[in-house]
Design a protein around this ligand. Structure first.
Ligand SMILES: NC(=O)c1ccc[n+]([C@@H]2O[C@H](COP(=O)([O-])OP(=O)(O)OC[C@H]3O[C@@H](n4cnc5c(N)ncnc54)[C@H](O)[C@@H]3O)[C@@H](O)[C@H]2O)c1
Length: 436
């Protein structure tokens, strides 16, 4: 059993802290957001993540998990301080390090005993070295002994607990091998493959992994667009490609593209790092451009199908950037909705978890209580996020409710031919139109 302080209780910090407590460690989760910590103390989850609430409750009751806003309390006796605060994009694409800086300064200020600082946030390559320098700069000669370990996080929102508990690998990077090994021991109960490397390489592994996954999606979207012009079906193309062991089936779903809190900012930050060192990250640039274009293509498809969007009602199913999360950061749905509104359309939407945040982001958005309400009087229906509950809708009711008959299946989850037979104009992403 180790004593761990996890700093930041967002999607990564809260899941990390909770799961570490669940495998027997003593964890204090620390956040400067008082409301968030008060909520957590009352058993209210600040984020939607399947299964999280129950594990938090179990471990709080078992006395292994607690919450605080106080650095002295959080760091007291802690052998490990995990950093899990946000690293959003600045305007030029560079990672915004203000939260990390604040955390490191707070750790430096309250450091009174030896500690291992473990960075889980996705940070520019070289940050680990900079963290070590900053701690020494703030503490001077009296700095207690400490080490910095990079431990990039690969969990996915929506399946975060499972991803933490059964990771494909745990990556650790440090100039201090012993410290990296001590962090590895924290994960021992998971029996996961552990890779220990140097600090900068560990930091780079995270960026390279996210950029590669984003590239696969942009690749299949480019193929989808070519399929459309040649009359091939991208779903079958992806299936055929995915059977090749060298390729594999994951991340080959054509659609509206990627979004969320990680891919967009991480691909941008990697391109920025490359550019500032004189490299030309053409592939990364293309990956981002293709992704942005997919969103525009969706609007153009609707425009083409309806003539004009002016005064038309578009129903949107799904707002979060992907299913099983309430996260709307850089969600394709929201971008598309903004474009539809700018073109004069009225937009009404439903999402199982992300309604309130979306309304705050786009006040002109009209919220509805169910997919069938979204269909009411709509000229077109757009599937933006493939929540399971949208997969088997009653399209007879949808047809009855809609004023028009256009369906844009932005994630290719429905059978176009069935919908065509019910009288819809079905449009997919990279699939032949059903009537042909
Ligand atoms: N969300 C994901 O799916 C995911 C996956 C892998 C890696 N990451 C990376 O992990 C990091 C965290 O992402 P997230 O989505 O969990 O962020 P988040 O925005 O959900 O949460 C960040 C939390 O940090 C807190 N915070 C900010 N400054 C603080 C400070 N000085 N002291 C204590 N707490 C502070 C905020 O109040 C907030 O609760 C990012 O670098 C991200 O790129 C995220």
């Amino acid at each position: 059993m180790a004593k761990i302080c996890v700093i930041g209780t967002g999607y990564v910090g809260l899941v990390t802290g909770t799961c570490f407590s669940d495998i027997g460690h003593q964890v204090t989760c620390l956040d400067i957001d008082k409301h968030r910590i008060d909520q957590l103390k009352n058993g209210v989850m600040p984020i939607y993540e399947p299964g999280l609430e129950q594990i938090v409750e179990q471990n709080v009751n078992a006395g292994r998990l607690k919450f605080t806003t106080s650095y002295p309390e959080g760091l007291q006796d802690a052998e490990f301080a995990f950093i899990a605060v946000g690293t959003p994009s600045s305007d030029d694409g560079e990672a915004d390090m203000q939260y990390i800086t604040m955390v490191v300064e707070s750790i430096a200020q309250h450091l009174s005993h030896p500690i291992i600082i473990v960075n889980k946030s996705t940070v520019p390559v070289g940050t680990g070295d900079w963290v070590a320098e900053l701690i020494v700069e703030k503490n001077g000669q009296n700095t207690p002994s400490f080490s910095v370990v990079s431990n990039p996080e690969f969990l996915r929102e929506g399946s975060a607990i499972n991803d933490f508990m059964q990771p494909d690998r745990v990556v650790l990077g440090s100039t201090d091998l012993e410290a990296a090994q001590q962090v590895a021991e924290l994960y021992q109960a998971l029996r996961a493959p552990i890779m220990i490397t140097d600090l900068r390489t560990a930091e780079m592994i995270k960026y390279a992994s996210n950029a590669f996954l984003a590239a696969r999606i942009s690749f299949i979207n480019e193929i989808a667009n070519i399929c459309e012009s040649l009359g091939a079906d991208v779903r079958e193309v992806a299936r055929g490609m995915g059977m090749d062991k060298r390729i594999g089936p994951s991340f080959l779903d054509a659609g509206l593209g990627w979004g969320g809190s990680c891919f967009p900012k991480d691909v941008k930050a990697l391109a920025y790092m490359a550019a500032t060192r004189g490299a030309h990250p053409q592939l990364l640039q293309a990956v981002m451009d293709i992704n942005q274009n997919q969103r525009k293509r969706a609007v153009i498809k609707l425009q083409k199908a309806m003539g004009s969007l002016e005064g038309k009602t578009v129903g949107v199913l799904g707002l979060s950037f992907k299913p099983n999360t309430d996260d709307i950061r850089d969600a394709p749905a929201l971008d598309i909705i903004r474009m539809l509104l700018e073109s004069g359309a009225l937009v009404q939407a439903f999402d199982p978890q992300a309604m309130q945040a979306s309304k705050e982001a786009i006040p002109a958005l009209v919220l509805r209580e169910s997919p069938y309400e979204v269909a009411k009087d709509a000229n077109a229906l757009l599937l933006a996020t493939e929540w399971n509950e949208f997969k088997s809708l009653d399209f007879d009711i949808i047809k009855e409710n809609m004023r028009g008959n256009v369906i844009l299946d932005g994630r290719n989850i429905w059978y176009g031919q069935n919908l065509h037979e019910k009288g819809f104009t079905y449009i997919g992403m990279g699939v032949p139109s059903a009537q042909e």
